[in-house]
Design a protein around this ligand. Structure first.
Ligand code: IPE
Ligand code: IPE
Ligand code: MG
Ligand code: MG
Ligand code: MG
Length: 302
């Protein structure tokens, strides 16, 4: 029953945000058409991106803006930039030198469909494209663009996502403390979410108090999202998840699930969801979409 409720909620989530996801895809198509990239780069980017992925980070970005009455049409360039960085992180995460995965987003990983050099270079191109997209977004002030570029660089780089991925490959279950797993998960996954959550107050110019609150929420949300990802690895299937499962144990990964076991990891994740809800209390019912996302995504199977 819980599974059905969860699938229903995910479907509802996808339906509610389908125009946002389509517009992000359309912007990418337009951008690639005018990019002067070689066709050998354009084709694999289209393959890994279009009609693929949940685009959760963009949905969060849109809802974080909605909290401050900024319409989602204003943030499409930033949303696409964020999805470019996230997609590059997945392409590189799947490489043989990292998690060595064969399936992503329901199809072959990029290096399996094409080759490793293409996967590396597509990832590289997506990083530059992300910063190009925000730089050229004339719908935002120059000051706002600079702040977003700076935040995206920090959150995606060595002190954020890339740093977390580096910790991930060095952390072994037997030696890992809970603190070290938490830090790694919040960096590799949480920091890009923090970018999405804090972009709302930055774009709206609503001030540092709001940024701090949403940053705090983003850190917890990242942890919740990664624990649910680690649960997918042990409880879901290749067909449901669209990516290989039962990988974390085989690859000797330190996760909450490995450390605490499935039941305790779920209990802790629920406690984090409760804690996260408290952070957004001051926004009242306006925060409801973000709270629902948090709840729904903690119950997902893909
Ligand atoms: C997967 O992210 C990698 C993690 C950070 C856990 P998503 O679950 O958001 O992947 P897509 O974009 O929907 O494929
Ligand atoms: C990856 O975590 C997080 C990234 C920053 C890409 P995982 O390695 O658990 O993600 P999946 O399970 O391959 O999507
Ligand atoms: Mg990984
Ligand atoms: Mg992986
Ligand atoms: Mg995983």
């Amino acid at each position: 029953m819980t599974v059905f409720i969860s699938i229903y909620k995910i479907m509802k989530l996808a339906k509610n945000y389908s125009s946002l996801r389509t517009e992000i895809d359309q912007l990418l198509i337009k951008k690639l058409d005018n990019s002067k990239f070689p066709e050998t780069l354009i084709e694999p980017i289209r393959y890994i991106f279009l009609n693929k992925g949940k685009k959760v980070r963009s949905i969060i970005l849109a809802e974080s803006c909605a909290l401050f009455d900024v319409k989602y049409t204003k943030i499409l360039h930033v949303a696409l930039a964020l999805e470019c960085i996230h997609t590059y992180s997945l392409i590189h995460d799947d490489l043989p030198a990292m998690d060595d995965d064969d399936y992503r987003r329901g199809e072959l990983t990029l290096h399996k469909k094409y080759d490793e050099a293409t996967a590396i270079l597509v990832g590289d191109a997506l990083i530059s494209l992300a910063f190009e997209l925000i730089s050229e977004d004339r719908g935002l002030s120059a000051e706002c663009r600079l702040q977003l570029i700076y935040n995206l660089a920090l959150n995606s780089g060595g002190k954020g996502m890339v740093g977390g991925q580096m910790l991930d490959i060095g952390l072994k279950p037997r030696e890992a403390s809970v603190e070290s797993i938490k830090k790694m998960q919040q960096m590799k996954t949480g920091d890009l979410f923090c970018f999405a959550f804090t972009a709302g107050p930055i774009i709206a110019g609503s001030g540092s108090d709001d940024e701090e609150k949403l940053f705090e929420f983003g850190k917890l949300f990242g942890l919740i999202f990664q624990i649910s990802d680690d649960l997918i690895d042990v409880e879901s299937t290749l067909t449901e998840a669209g990516k290989s499962v039962n990988k974390d144990q085989n690859m000797d990964k330190a996760t909450y699930v490995d450390h605490y076991g499935i039941d305790e990891a779920k209990r802790l994740m629920k406690a984090y969801v409760k804690e996260a809800k408290g952070i957004l209390e001051k926004y009242g019912s306006k925060a409801q979409p973000l709270l629902s996302l948090c709840e729904t995504l903690s119950n997902r199977r893909s």
